[in-house]
Design a protein around this ligand. Structure first.
Ligand code: C2E
Length: 941
């Protein structure tokens, strides 16, 4: 027992040991989580991490069992660890179970599938489980599920073989966190493997397209394309089958046109022939029916029935994907892609790539048909998809010949030749200059044949792509003509565009994919390093997405992901990048981020927008999101580290309660949150009567007579107490509240001036500070000023607007017109803080200012620094010459006052020496006296 000085029991020694063990466990798991998150390949660090955890938990055995295998396969051990004294479980003990026993064991493991841990003590377990544990030598077991991509993948099993383990809920939670992290890491690895596979696939299709388009031997080129595509998707056999329907019998036969098969898998020619001659069973016909509508069909042996199952058995294949080949928009046949070594699904990227290949083969067949038709009909020119032309080589390049088949585009060859220069109208406007340049270059003496691609317009304005091959032809006299052949390449162009699109986008959501995200991240990073705008990376993860998948199915999950992506795109700007990185993870590059609050605001907006209800298949459902944010700064070593930082911030966001955003830097996180909260309070403050205007007198220094009152804003914050302008005006500026606040102050000060006047108090002028945001309002600000003056029956000269040098320096020429206009109306303009920094005498001329307010720092320097008073004297004499009044700000001492008076008998001043800013109520008393007697004390109140 531990005791304190007074002898009271503090903590039982056993409790204390347990506590310190738990502390150690939390620490070990936290380090492990970080190791897994930071590892390049999480699976490689798992053995070390799990061994470390197993030692700290003090169990006898730790197993990771992977159960996510294809149908019919057994669970497999992914990782095993055993304390020296305990052996590993006997694999043989897993065999030969009766149906009852199996069902009891399935019930026992059932909670894992829905993400719940299972704790079991052999002593109290149901009979079948007890026997199972006995056979494995287990006394207590804790199983925590590992979910990958939102689906059960396997479990971590922690076993005790000698004594019972007391699994308290905190320890179970810690182990669940570890399992979640492992699941997330495996998800990520799987996804990146998928991305690599997709890249290989796109490369294969791309290569096939080029080879087929340029091949001399088409059959060989298609065969090669089948080989590289099949290898990229890991298929064992690919057949190109033409489906032929006999007119007499109506029966369909499949004719093998091309093929590829892996070395260890036979082609199965006999089976193909046998299958062709047999009458297909009705269920097989029904299964194949969607092909006729251009839809792909797939299946696996374990789920196939009757006739379809027989087909799988005949061909000895386990899974098949059939992709239709359409010729002239009609079903011609299909690509049959088979897997013979394992059952598998075909993901959307694979189906898309194979579709592109099938489209390409379809186009080739169309072209071949054309050629055949041409040969048979002997109308080579008229029916050919290639158009011939001739241009005369003089400067105007008139057309002298065009083949009849230009009629395919709806143009009349006779009309074209009647107006030999009008052929230019058939060329797409964007390609006309390129064509002209290419043709003109052919007129040069040493010109060579050339080729360009261009778009041509048909009669109704539709666009088709053509390859234009041309060459100069010279006769003996040196006269030049241009001969050209135009070949329609529209289909090939479309295939290329589709491939390019596939390479850029996530096929499910249409958002950018990880590859493009990486590219854009690197571009933004390089641009920022070169001095362009900073940017932020936001990493989003949907909260409880798995539940949607589990309860409504993967189809609903997919629809939800599509809608989320649409919302993210609608909430961000065109210059931002929205990408899906995998599963339910999205990332955004927010461009041109001036400060952290812009990223914080986007984070808030995204959380709100993603959390709004969705309607999926008629069900209304809600989902949340957590966001991690990383901001680029000069210290960021490389683009990838930003994503890693955002990921770590996301981890913190999720663990601080989901539905939140967190910045990678805790300092920025804190500051941004503070600012956002204050901005929200400030918006509400006006309505809650928390703002107040105080007034500080401006006096003639010789006599103490009040020459004006300056309005100064105060905020009585309900929890933070009294806040001064410096605490909240920058926030108001940043969050767009300044206009509203400025309007309120202006009107309040005018109202107060009118009250003073009603009470016969003589105040020559009320001074109101003006912000940059108000000046930017332009004529709207002028209208505000006029309205307030009219509302409170004041003259323009009763009001003075104080603009700091700092604001003037940030005002553009057109914005500053506002001040000129106000001055023209008779409103006073004072340059505030004069001498603090910029001191441009030009302002005095431009705005015809009425007063200069000498900065507090200059006044303080007047009696503290050598030469300080000379500066003041210089300003005062300059102002006298220009006929301007001068108010010295921050007069705190008698000495300062005397110095100013000595410099100019007309000088005015404002400062604690005379009075601190006072409430409207207190101002009445002061004004009744008309003169202010110094407070003497100076300094803060
Ligand atoms: P400012 O226009 O130069 O106002 C004078 C500031 O100096 C006031 O601070 C006042 O309390 C302080 N002050 C006056 N005499 C003395 C003195 O003898 N010693 C010292 N140390 N300070 C003195 P406050 O009220 O905190 O305002 C600070 C600034 O915030 C103002 O400087 C002005 O630029 C801005 N501000 C205040 N109210 C408003 C407003 O309604 N709108 C806008 N746009 N800005 C405002």
């Amino acid at each position: 027992m531990l005791q304190n000085d007074g002898g009271d029991a503090l903590v039982h020694a056993d409790d204390s040991a347990a506590l310190s063990r738990r502390g150690l466990l939390i620490e070990t798991v936290a380090t492990s989580v970080a190791d897994v998150l930071n590892a390049k390949s999480a699976t490689t660090v798992l053995p070390e991490v799990l061994t470390r955890v197993a030692r700290v938990v003090r169990i006898d055995r730790l197993l990771v069992v992977e159960s996510d295998r294809s149908a019919g396969a057994r669970s497999s051990l992914f990782f095993t660890w055993a304390a020296a004294a305990s052996g590993l479980p006997d694999a043989a003990a897993e065999q030969s179970r009766g149906a009852d026993e199996l069902s009891a064991l399935q019930d026992w493991l059932a909670p894992l599938a829905s993400g719940q841990p299972v704790v079991t003590a052999r002593r109290t377990a149901p009979a079948a489980v007890r026997e199972h544990l006995q056979s494995m030598d287990v006394v207590t077991s804790l199983m925590v599920p590992v979910m990958v991509d939102g689906r059960p993948w396997g479990r971590i099993v922690l076993e005790d073989c000698t004594s019972e383990h007391d699994w308290v809920s905190d320890d179970i939670k810690v182990m669940t966190t570890l399992a979640e992290t492992i699941g997330a890491a495996i998800t990520r690895e799987r996804f990146s493997a998928q991305v690599q596979q997709r890249e290989r696939l796109l490369h294969a299709v791309n290569q096939s397209t080029t080879e087929i388009a340029t091949a001399k031997d088409l059959h060989a080129a298609v065969k090669h394309a089948l080989r590289i595509t099949a290898t990229a998707i890991g298929a064992d056999r690919v057949l190109v089958l033409e489906v032929h329907r006999s007119v007499a019998s109506g029966r369909e036969t499949h004719l093998l046109r091309n093929f590829w098969h892996a070395r260890n898998v036979p082609l199965g020619l006999q089976q193909i022939v046998a299958n062709t001659s047999a009458e297909p069973r009705p269920d097989v016909l029904a299964w194949l029916a969607p092909l006729r509508d251009g839809k792909a069909v797939s299946g696996s042996r374990s789920t196939a029935q009757n006739g379809s199952r027989e087909v799988f058995e005949t061909f000895n294949s386990l899974s098949v994907l059939l992709v239709p080949i359409m010729v002239n928009a009609r079903y011609w046949g299909h690509l049959s892609i088979e897997s013979c070594s394992q059952e598998r699904d075909w993901n959307s990227a694979e189906v898309d790539a194979l579709r592109t290949l099938a489209d390409l083969i379809g186009t080739l067949i169309t072209q071949q048909r054309h050629r055949e038709e041409i040969a048979t009909a002997n109308t080579i020119i008229q029916s050919s998809p290639t158009i011939l032309y001739r241009l005369n080589g003089d400067a105007a390049l008139p057309m002298t010949y065009i083949s009849q088949n230009i009629g395919q585009l709806g143009h009349n060859p006779v009309e074209l030749l009647a107006d030999p220069r009008c052929y230019r109208q058939m060329i797409h406007p964007d390609d006309r200059a390129g064509l002209q340049a290419a043709m003109e270059s052919l007129l040069q003496p040493d010109a060579k044949p050339g080729v360009i691609e261009l778009r041509m317009l048909n009669k109704s304005g539709g666009v088709r792509w053509f390859e234009n091959r041309f060459r100069p032809v010279r006769d003996e006299s040196g006269q030049v003509e241009i001969e050209g052949i135009l070949t329609d390449i529209t289909e090939r162009k479309h295939s290329e565009e589709r491939i390019a699109l596939l390479a850029r986008t996530d096929t499910l959501t249409g958002a950018a994919n990880r590859l493009i995200f990486g590219d854009r991240l690197r571009q933004s990073f390089a641009a920022a390093q070169r001095g362009a705008h900073p940017f932020a990376v936001l990493y989003l993860d949907l909260d409880r997405f798995k539940e949607v998948n589990d309860t409504l199915g993967h189809h609903a999950g997919d629809l939800l992901l599509q809608q989320v992506a649409q919302r993210l795109k609608a909430t961000t700007r065109k210059i931002d990048v929205v990408a899906r990185l995998g599963g339910d993870e999205f990332a955004i590059i927010q461009s041109e981020v001036s400060d952290s609050s812009a990223a914080g605001r986007l984070g808030e907006k995204l959380i709100e927008i993603v959390s709004a209800p969705y309607v999926i298949d008629g069900n209304e459902l809600r989902i949340g999101t957590s966001i991690g944010i990383a901001l680029w700064d000069r210290e960021t070593p490389e683009p990838d580290s930003l994503l890693a930082q955002a990921d770590q911030a996301l981890y913190r966001a999720k663990h601080s309660g989901r539905g939140q955003y967190r910045f990678f830097s805790e300092e920025i996180d804190h500051e941004t949150r503070e600012h956002l909260a204050l901005a929200e309070d400030l918006r509400a403050a006006l309505g809650r009567d928390e703002l107040e205007i105080c007034y500080q007198p401006q006096v003639e220094l010789v006599s103490g007579r009040i020459m004006g009152m300056e309005a100064l804003l105060r905020w009585h914050h309900p929890t933070r107490g009294l806040l001064l302008p410096e605490d909240f005006l920058p926030i108001a500026e940043k969050f767009g509240i300044m206009q509203q606040l400025g309007r309120w102050t202006l009107d309040g000060a005018c109202k107060q001036m009118s009250l003073w006047r009603q009470q016969q108090m003589s105040v020559p002028v009320v001074a109101v500070n003006v912000s940059l945001a108000q000046i930017k309002m332009g004529t709207e600000f002028v209208r505000d000023v006029n309205e307030s003056l009219e509302r409170w029956r004041l003259q323009p000269s009763d009001l003075e607007l104080d603009v700091t040098e700092h604001v003037l320096a940030r005002t553009t020429l057109s914005q500053s017109d506002v001040l000129v206009e106000l001055r023209r109306l008779g409103v006073g303009i004072a340059i505030d803080n004069f001498g603090a920094k910029y001191s441009t005498l030009d302002y005095l001329r431009t705005y015809h200012v009425s007063r200069l307010k000498i900065a507090r720092g200059m006044v303080a320097a007047a009696d503290a620094q050598a030469g300080g008073s000379a500066m003041i004297r210089a300003i005062l004499s300059l102002a006298a010459e220009l006929g301007l009044d001068v108010v010295a700000e921050g007069v705190e001492t008698e000495n300062q006052r005397d110095l100013l008076v000595a410099a100019s008998a007309r000088a005015q001043g404002q400062g604690f020496y005379y009075s601190h800013p006072v409430t409207a109520h207190e101002s009445m008393q002061m004004l009744r006296a008309g003169v202010v007697t110094p407070e003497k004390s100076g300094g803060p109140p």
